[in-house]
Write a protein that binds this ligand. Structure first.
Ligand SMILES: C[S@@+](CC[C@H](N)C(=O)[O-])C[C@H]1O[C@@H](n2cnc3c(N)ncnc32)[C@H](O)[C@@H]1O
Length: 238
């Protein structure tokens, strides 16, 4: 997958792109990331990328011209997602990560300042996502979050396909708790069922934990989860 990122802060990406999964995906040639400085598409001697909002109000806005010119210079093929990070948008979910992972090329646009001229969202971008109900300083962190979640879904990037398919959200539930050695640490034991080697019992316990966690912490997921009679039974147990 080829990923183009339009940003005012290309340096922001150097650490994350050189670490862990994102680094490995590039080494495996499953991912290529190109950073594009929006400021390179300004035309005045001060390289001005921002301006005051029409109608007044605090702060500055990212101007439309350098953003349009930057993305257009990348010559997106028809159908290539051009993705804007914005808090004023639907929430980015695992389903979106799976969907985006199927494309050969993605273009991300990072906003900054008080935001970005609305015409960028209306006439340039094909997708707009928020990564959560809080305001970040710029779209760079949001883009990295979406990129990481998407790249994990490209077959071959995460070593064991199972570890991805059993993650939170993949089956509509949060993940279960996990433990490793030692079996007892500071007097806190690992649940007996995990030590017994009885696979059906372990699976049953894990599913019960997933149901409980999702019901407790994520009512938004829980209301869409098709609870079966067996699930009901598991939930009634102590
Ligand atoms: C300071 S924010 C602008 C906030 C905007 N005035 C608002 O209240 O909706 C600057 C940029 O950060 C990015 N950003 C901030 N919070 C975000 C979030 N929760 N999800 C995605 N992008 C976000 C967007 O690209 C946005 O244009």
């Amino acid at each position: 997958m080829k990923v183009e990122i339009a940003t005012l802060f290309p340096d922001f990406f150097s650490g994350p792109l050189q670490s862990s999964i994102l680094r490995r995906a590039q080494q495996q040639q499953l991912l290529q990331v190109n950073l594009h400085n929006i400021r390179d598409y300004t035309h005045d001697k001060h390289r001005t990328a921002d301006d005051r909002p029409f109608g007044g109000g605090p702060g500055m806005l990212l101007k439309p011209e350098p953003v349009f010119e930057c993305v257009e210079a990348l010559q997106p093929e028809p159908g290539t997602p051009v993705i804007l990070a914005s808090p004023r948008a639907p929430l980015f979910t695992q389903r979106d990560a799976i969907e985006l992972s199927a494309y050969n090329r993605l273009i991300f646009v990072c906003g900054h300042y008080e935001g970005i001229d609305e015409r960028v969202q209306q006439h340039l971008c094909t997708h707009v996502y928020s990564i959560g109900s809080y305001v970040l300083t710029g779209g760079e962190l949001a883009t990295l979050v979406m990129l990481d979640a998407t790249v994990r879904m490209i077959p071959g990037v995460v070593g064991k396909a199972d570890s991805v398919s059993q993650d939170s959200f993949m089956d509509g539930l949060l993940d279960c708790p996990h433990y490793t050695r030692p079996a007892e640490y500071r007097g806190w034991p690992v649940p007996d069922v995990l030590l017994g080697g009885h696979h059906a019992e372990i699976e049953r316990w894990r599913h019960q934990q997933k149901l409980r966690a999702t019901r407790q912490w994520r009512p938004d997921l829980w209301q869409n989860y098709p609870v079966s009679p067996q699930d009901e039974q598991l939930l009634e147990e102590e």
